[in-house]
Design a protein around this ligand. Structure first.
Ligand code: PDD
Length: 287
């Protein structure tokens, strides 16, 4: 089945979809994105992703695409047309194409944003083997820019981080700044000490994960103790458990950091419980 994608108002077969070579996301990484997971044909945490998209656009003084208010319908239409059961919907908005290369932002009256959405099918997304085995991470320096709270398409360094992890025989990298863990290359990072869940406080240093917000809310509702503060990579290596959260991974246990095993190298009970609660609750409110 050919994938149907969405580009600026049109649903098209993927090989007919086109964006200008002058698009600013292509030339300047002048774009923002969201990834929403789909389970059983339904969208998880859609409102959160839409709210963060609006915030990212505002922080970069980028216009909302004309179809902003139709985004839920567009997501659903893509699910329908692609018969998507489990997977993700990727959405990107860029500042558009001014028909040339220029550092100066184009006049928003003349140049409209580019809006692209496509589906990624991942059958059995919620039953990933990594949830049972856990993942191994390495630590790398965080050399990204200072506005990591904006979900921009500048993903070269996170991509390099994944490659560094792969080369080291691991699955992902935790980025570290001044000794403190910021986040994973494409997820938020947590440790567990005793029964306490510790994750970095929100600021411009990390992405304000939609899954993070939901997981912390569910944890508190389940009377689990949560502490939002920075932790060092050394503290992480001595923790009882580690885990990461993201829209595509949900909650994934971390069983090794820089070759140091956590919880004897097996997924820990807190991560396992949070994953279960997150999936149960999110499915209940999926739309
Ligand atoms: N990444 N931190 C970073 C740097 C991320 O790229 C992501 C998400 C997260 C988790 O945010 P959320 O829970 O809202 O997905 C944290 C997405 C999934 C991606 O780039 O594919």
């Amino acid at each position: 089945m050919t994938r149907t994608v969405y580009v600026n108002g049109d649903y098209l077969p993927e090989d007919e979809a086109k964006v200008s070579i002058f698009d600013r996301s292509f030339l300047m990484a002048d774009g923002v994105y969201e990834v929403t997971s789909v389970l059983g044909g339904k969208l998880i945490d859609f409102d959160g992703h839409l709210a963060r998209l609006e915030r990212s656009l505002g922080e970069l003084d980028m216009q909302k695409p004309e179809a902003f208010d139709d985004l839920l319908d567009i997501h659903r239409e893509l699910v329908r047309r692609n018969e998507l059961v489990d997977g993700m919907i990727y959405l990107q908005v860029s500042r558009g194409s001014a028909g040339d290369r220029d550092f100066v932002f184009p006049d928003p009256e003349e140049v409209k944003p580019t809006l692209v959405l496509f589906t990624q099918s991942k059958p059995g997304l919620a039953d990933s083997p990594a949830a049972k085995t856990g993942i191994k991470v390495i630590s790398i320096e965080d050399i990204r820019w200072g506005r990591r709270d904006i979900k921009t398409v500048q993903l070269l360094y996170p991509s390099m981080g994944k490659m560094m992890a792969k080369k080291a025989g691991c699955d992902d990298a935790w980025m570290v700044e001044d000794g403190f863990v910021t986040e994973g290359t494409s997820n938020n990072a947590y440790i567990v000490k005793g029964s306490k869940i510790i994750t970095r406080q929100l600021s411009n240093d990390i992405l304000h994960g939609i899954t993070r917000a939901a997981v912390l809310r569910f944890a508190r509702e389940a009377q689990m103790e949560v502490e939002e503060r920075s932790f060092t990579i050394d503290e992480a290596k001595e923790a009882d458990e580690g885990f990461v959260t993201s829209a595509s991974a949900f909650v994934l246990p971390v069983v090794e950091i820089d070759g140091v095993a956590l919880n004897g190298g097996s997924p820990g009970p807190v991560a396992a419980r949070l994953r279960e609660i997150y999936l149960d609750e999110s499915l209940k409110s999926a739309i």
